[in-house]
Design a protein around this ligand. Structure first.
Ligand code: CP
Length: 308
């Protein structure tokens, strides 16, 4: 299975099979040990990772770059497309043709769904989708699954309640696809206008035990994992609609107290106002730990694609 991922692009979470995902988990455990013990690994020395970010990012870009540095490799970065020749009208295809000749692996985030797939058509080097519009964010899902596994020992048997912008939230789209491989129950909660898109729902229905509602209260007592997402302001064409929806849900300490015993709260971050800051001090909060796992999980992914 390691060979299967060697030199391969990751555009969708469905590009990884169950064995690949288990291998990510087991490598991430080892990478985490190495990070925490300060042990140096040099499996990527002489290799270069390019990060092309056409949209803002804190965690994804910096954790990929940190992961590559921790593996002994080097990084070249376009953190803002305004400072690149994109602003002069260069096409994505031409940019990729150039960047693939400067690097061994390309991580791309782009506002258009399908952009990472398009990039992979113009690159002989592997492409990792770091978020394509409202499409997918597969490596975030690997971090999410890894966090659940670290917290509970396994993913099977859990009830996961996902609340927020299910329409535009790409992390949710990848996560649902991944969860459909496990024996879990998923409750999907959102304002009506931000419901899960039909194509995402249809893709997993029949393989996933799902409930849909606009009301979270009925699910709190059965929830092992409360996965919260922000309203994706940048995807709205009608700013008045965003203004109407912002603040339509907010997780408070009172909600946390109603969760099943031992439940955790996850969020891919960034957070705006959908989780009260007081929740950060409760034992259920895991979103900062989840973000911490970004480096070991991405070290695992890079090393597998490199065939190391
Ligand atoms: N979770 C995530 O994708 O965060 P960033 O937008 O900061 O990369």
């Amino acid at each position: 299975m390691v060979i299967m991922l060697k030199n391969r692009s990751i555009i969708s979470i469905s590009d990884l099979d169950g064995e690949d995902i288990n291998e990510v988990f087991s490598r991430a455990d080892k990478m985490l040990e190495n990070i925490e013990s300060g042990k140096k690994i040099n499996v990527m020395s002489s290799k270069i990772l390019a990060t092309l970010f056409y949209e803002p990012s804190t965690r994804t870009r910096l954790s990929f770059e940190s992961a590559m540095e921790r593996l002994g490799g080097s990084v070249i970065s376009m953190a803002d497309s305004k400072t690149s020749s994109t602003s002069k009208g260069e096409t994505l295809a031409d940019t990729i043709r150039i960047v693939e000749s400067y690097s061994d692996l390309i991580v791309i985030r782009h506002p258009l769904e399908g952009a990472a797939f398009l990039a992979s058509r113009f690159s002989s080097k592997p492409i990792i989708n770091a978020g394509d519009g409202s499409g997918e964010h597969p490596t975030q899902t690997l971090i999410d699954l890894y966090t659940i596994r670290k917290e509970f020992g396994s993913i099977d048997g859990k009830t996961i309640t996902i609340i927020g912008d299910l329409k535009y939230g790409r992390t949710v789209h990848s996560l649902l696809s991944a969860l459909s491989r496990y024996n879990v129950t998923v409750n999907l909660v959102s304002p009506e206008n931000l419901a899960i898109p039909k194509h995402v729902y249809n893709d997993v229905k029949g393989r996933l035990n799902m409930n849909i509602s606009t009301d979270i209260t009925k699910y709190l007592g059965e929830t092992d994992i409360l996965y919260v997402t922000r309203i994706q302001k940048e995807r709205f064409t009608d700013k008045n609609e965003y203004a109407r929806l912002i603040g339509s849900y907010k997780i408070t300490v009172s909600d946390v107290n109603k969760l099943k015993k031992g439940a955790i709260i996850m969020h891919p971050l960034p957070r705006v106002d959908e989780i009260s800051s007081e929740v950060d001090n409760t034992p259920a909060a895991r979103y900062f730990k989840q973000a911490y796992y970004g480096v070991p999980v991405r070290m695992a992914i890079i090393s597998m694609i490199a065939g190391e």
